[in-house]
Design a protein around this ligand. Structure first.
Ligand code: NAD
Length: 435
């Protein structure tokens, strides 16, 4: 039986990613992280070797070149990826990331996370992820559109409403999804269900924009109850103020918690008695960043992670909490809104300090859950009300939390192992039934 120390069947990352702890050169190997978590859980549940073999590696990987004529006339060659990890429970599902550090191992690790996440929230999808190595912040709208259409043409052959359905992730948004849908439609006819996270008037679902943050909020409420933290008045720090971080801040502040610190790629802000989240949002809209909001103290991303708070919510990129900074973390609870923000070494250190960590595959499953609702609405050509979407989302997130928390208590195992075991159990069962 493979053990946690067994080498990955895949060559790991070149370590090109720099985590949002801001440390230049900190090497985060997402595929190795996911692989290690998989092996720990497989070992814990004594998963049979053949099932491990089938579930550990991806089903299909595509690497494509995407030439784009840039605004100044020169030709730029981008590289894009789509990894389909596992499809035994349904069509492959996962976001598309535009970021200058995206590479195949990162996409591979994120694709596996999607397989476990869709299983945990109980939606009938498998796991996939995609990405293009680019810096969307330095590209014009025309360049981004050309890149998106070119990428879509290249991965078209692996996609399908019942085969593989992309969605937004870091650096992509509803507009990018609209271009992807439009490009797919040129060849296949009007097919809104080919992507989720679209603009609402093009078949997107009400509540999709806020879905991941809302799911993080629901899980944070439950985790606070379970670990004896009174959310009313609790101090919360959130790293990353994009889609997920900003919605999480907004929704948790409404429950009476104090969002004492938030940050983005440019830096962070702190206010002891709690930030006015609406003001932060207005400031971001006006300036493009949270930094320099009047009445707040400037902090950097590293300081944010080490603040004395009740709940720390990393909601930026992976590799935020590592063995280098974990000893300085003082939060009582960590909720992983981002994917892989805590490295396995840091995870073990937090465990030995008795700081519970709610893992990504449970905490941020709200996005893919409402993506599923969007897909269902597109297939039925029927729109749900916002109330119905958030009611169904809450129902599924609570069911996932209850199953995993119960397993964690019964098996005296951290939430991360309990989550992986729950996910592997469901995917393994479907695998045994199929083969
Ligand atoms: P986004 O692009 O909207 O926002 C990312 C935020 O992180 C921005 O505020 C950005 O400035 C900040 N950031 C980037 N680099 C940083 C750094 N080095 N230090 C500090 N902050 C940094 O992305 P998002 O959609 O909010 O996704 C955030 C995380 O949540 C990612 O890990 C993503 O994979 C995960 N996630 C997103 C969804 C979703 O529905 N959008 C679903 C599940 C998981």
């Amino acid at each position: 039986m493979p053990t946690a120390t067994a080498p990955s069947p895949y060559k790991t990352s070149t370590g090109s990613s720099t985590g949002p702890n801001g440390k230049a050169g900190s090497h985060v190997d997402f595929n190795a992280i996911t692989d290690q978590q998989f092996l720990r859980a497989a070992d814990h549940m004594k998963l049979e070797d053949e099932i491990q073999l089938r579930l550990r590696s991806p089903y299909r990987e595509m690497v494509v070149q995407v030439p784009v004529r840039m605004d100044d006339g020169h030709l730029e060659m981008f590289h894009g990826y789509r990894v389909q990890h596992n499809g035994v429970r349904g069509p492959y599902k996962g976001g598309i990331r535009y970021h200058h550090k995206v590479d195949l191992p990162e996409v591979r690790g994120l694709a596996a996370l999607m397989t476990w996440k869709t299983a945990i929230v109980g939606v009938p999808f498998g796991g996939a992820k995609g990405g293009v190595t680019c810096d969307p912040t330095s590209m014009s709208r025309a360049e981004l559109q050309a890149l998106t259409r070119g990428f879509m043409q290249k991965i078209d052959l692996a996609l399908g409403v019942y085969r593989d359905i992309p969605a937004p992730d870091v650096g992509t948004n509803a507009q990018v999804m609209a271009w992807m849908m439009d490009e797919y439609g040129k060849k296949h006819g009007y097919t809104p269900a080919i992507v989720t996270g679209k603009p609402v008037n093009l078949g997107g679902s009400l509540g999709r924009d806020e879905a991941t943050g809302r799911g993080v909020m629901i899980i944070t409420v439950e985790a606070c109850k379970a670990y004896g933290i009174n959310l009313k008045g609790a101090k919360i720090a959130i790293q990353g103020f994009g889609n997920v971080g900003s919605w999480t801040a907004r929704l948790i502040a409404k429950l009476g918690a104090k969002i004492v610190a938030v940050s983005d790629v440019h830096g962070g802000i702190f206010k002891e008695d709690g930030l006015d989240v609406d003001k932060v949002l207005e400031h971001v809209k006006a300036t493009g960043s949270v930094v320099e909001l009047s009445g707040t103290r400037a902090i950097d991303n590293e300081e944010l992670l080490t603040l004395e708070v009740d709940v720390l919510i990393p909601a930026a990129l992976g590799g935020a909490i590592t063995k280098q900074n974990v000893d300085n973390v003082k939060a009582k609870l960590i909720v992983e809104a981002a994917n892989s923000p805590v490295t396995p070494e840091a995870d073990e250190a937090l465990q030995s300090k008795n700081i519970p960590v709610v893992p990504d595959i449970l905490a941020n499953g709200g996005g893919v859950t409402v993506s599923y609702f969007e897909w269902v609405q597109n297939l039925q050509q029927f729109n749900w009300s916002h109330q119905k979407v958030i009611g169904e989302l809450e129902d599924r997130m609570l069911r996932a939390w209850k199953a995993i928390h119960a397993r964690s208590v019964e098996e005296r195992t951290p939430l991360r192992i309990a989550s992986y075991v729950e996910a592997l159990d469901r995917v393994a069962q479907a695998t045994r039934q199929r083969f």
